[in-house]
Design a protein around this ligand. Sequence first.
Ligand code: 2P0
Length: 335
Amino acid sequence: MVLASITCTAPVNIAVIKYWGKRDENIILPLNSSLSGTLHQDDLKTTTTIVASEDYTEDELYLNGKKEDINAVRYQNVLKMIRSRATKLMDKKHCVHIASINNFPTAAGLASSASGYCCLVFSLAQMYGVEGDISAIARLGSGSACRSMYGGFVKWEMGVKEDGSDSIAIQVQPESHWPDMNIIVLVVNDKKKETSSTDGMQKSAATSVMMKERCAVTVPNRMRDIEEAINKKDFQTFGDITMKDSDDFHEVCATTTPPIYYLNDTSRYIMNLIHRYNKLSGSVKCAYTFDAGPNACIYLPAENTTEVLSLFMKHFPGDNIQTYYRGPKENIPSI
Ligand code: 2P0
């Protein structure tokens, strides 16, 4: 007999201060705090359906139609934590079947694990009646997932406690604060990346000479400054810090042994194009950021969108460059 079922969606987030490196691999505690903007539910999102039934003999999980190993440590950490905090379905013997789909390329540096684990944890939390902060449970699945729990601009505080209870997501500003901030995603390549973020950041933490300074000085200063820029809606400072942190993150990857290169020639062309365009305009009209892949995410004030899009269309005529917008709507996970 089916005991409960639920379907939820959760959006992708795009970091402007990048998370890269862990101090605890098991419960995913980061070496630095990070900050991101959350995209539209309607654009890049995960949809997850969960059914709990007395008839199921084991938990099962399907990702884009393919069966995953539910015994993997991250899934188990999430399920155990959810069930330990449950206020519903506590006394029934049952298993859950979970099906999750992304409406965008998985593992191509488009933050699929962020929306994926956020959606999984949000859906399970609804089903099991988990109360209080659940961003720390999403973090157990994938670090960046905790930031997708809220709309607008969200920071993930690295925290100091060993049990991770203070390593949680906090909304810096809701989407309504800066509704005319857009994000365009340019899909340069939707193939699965060669070095996963999890592997890449572990190698960088162990070998890049840039990591110490980045975690101790650069990121704390940037977190303070970009939060202030967001509060003041100061796009010049916001864009400047965003591009610098993206550049530094890729420099950290390049100084890793062996070096990791996520960007390709098209990515570098886009970076140069944006710098030239901003210079000619005499102000920061748009700002790029690149995650662990070659695809570009462009933050820009809505009023610049038409001009910037036509610039890309001129330089990449007929190319398969897809655009997604982040518009004026609150984008927290939804049932
Ligand atoms: C970020 N990235 O802040 C950074 C920027 C990629 C580059 O968070 O090991 O998939 O699952 O915690 O969350 C990608 O890392 O890694 C990521 P795990 P995750 O968005």
